[in-house]
Design a protein around this ligand. Sequence first.
Ligand SMILES: Cc1ncc(COP(=O)(O)O)c(C=O)c1O
Length: 470
Amino acid sequence: MTLDPVSAAIHADRASLWHPFTPHSAWFDPDFEPIVIVSGEGSWLTDIRGQRYLDGNSSIWTNLHGHRHPVIDRALMDQLGRIAHSSFLGLTHTPAIDLARRLLDFARPPAPAPGEPLTRVFYSDDGSTAIEAALKIATQFFQQNGEPQRTRFLSLGRGYHGDTLGAMSVSHSPQFHAPYQHLLFLTQSVPPPACYHCPHNRALPERGTDSRQVRRCQWECLHPVEQAANDLGPQLAGFVAEPLVQGAAGFLMHPAGFLHRATDIIRAHGGLLILDEVLTGFYRTGPRFAHHSENVAPDLIALAKGLTGGYLPMAATLLTERLFLGFDGGPDRTFYHGHSYCGNQLGAAAARANLDLLADPGLPARLEAIHDSLREVGQSFWKLENVGDVRQQGTILAIELVADFSTRTPFPPARRLGAAICRQAASFGLLTRPVGDVLLLMPPYSTTPDEVRAMGHALLRATQTTLAHA
Ligand SMILES: Cc1ncc(COP(=O)(O)O)c(C=O)c1O
């Protein structure tokens, strides 16, 4: 039997592939037809049937400037004309050197923050490996610089830093990581400072507002940080956190001032500040990096996802000179860590082009227009009684659905409401992925206000349709 091209592609996929974060029951559901993407242009993706979709989550939070951007395309083609990849072990090359200098420049906060600047770049492949490198650098630094007892990391509850063993150890996602618990090293967590879910927030739910703006509390979320830092005492190696927005936790958003205050506590106990800017970096939350709005100077930051504009897997861990100099010496003080594709020329070429595009003087106005139109979209959701919280940071809009607004009671997870809504949204021309029942719009920076409104319209319609048939 000969299959049409769509069925043939899907049949071949189902016969030989295994997709990340995808239950078999969903992928092999006979009523579900996977979308086969064949091309992209700007904020649009096109499938094998010729159907077009708006890329509502920037291809899993990676794409910054839209697909097939001529500047990044050209940079890659130019680089291909020279070389795609050579080893970074004992060799070097201009794309990686140049990128490092420019990244460090880009990471310099607009106003000096108390602490040391970031002066070194260690390359790896993706968000997980950037975190893994940061954890190992911190650990070895203390070991060989007179504080070997500093082995314990503190991190935010529900945080997500990736799927390698170290990244999982500082993450707190039972659903993703429970089977591997016995493989992970011991870390401590503190509750995430997420006002909508915070037991210390005495404000009643209020329609039309971001719960962070109307919170009523005494910064009780800092008490566990203080307590944990005291308990760990001289064992505290560092505090690992996604600044301002915890993506995979359900786009939890922190009140302004939390990170700054938590950092003061960590510093007072001699711990390092390790920030995961994998999702929040490159203007996503407003400033160049999310931590720039908190007047803190991290010791290490992890970058990936948007680093190459969403083109290629490449990551970077940026660190201070003090940490780098802690490895001065010979083979007994070497950082024996790396990956075959560290500093890859093609990735570096894409990342440099990304930085060129981020320097475009027209970008701030475009980001503001996306921010404002996302805000309108967020407001439009308040007419649905099952909207519990609408929160926005920069060009990230998250809409949390609940069974009961006044008690903030969630829907039963088994209902997979968020997933059903996003499946419906695809039929209205929008691709995005929820986190549980938190719906997300996080468009590429190429998106026009009209396209943002079209995304919002498709998502609202999908939510109404799905809730009506539930
Ligand atoms: C904040 C954060 N850190 C780390 C990671 C892991 O990145 P990767 O999937 O590239 O390994 C992710 C992935 O979603 C993330 O959101």
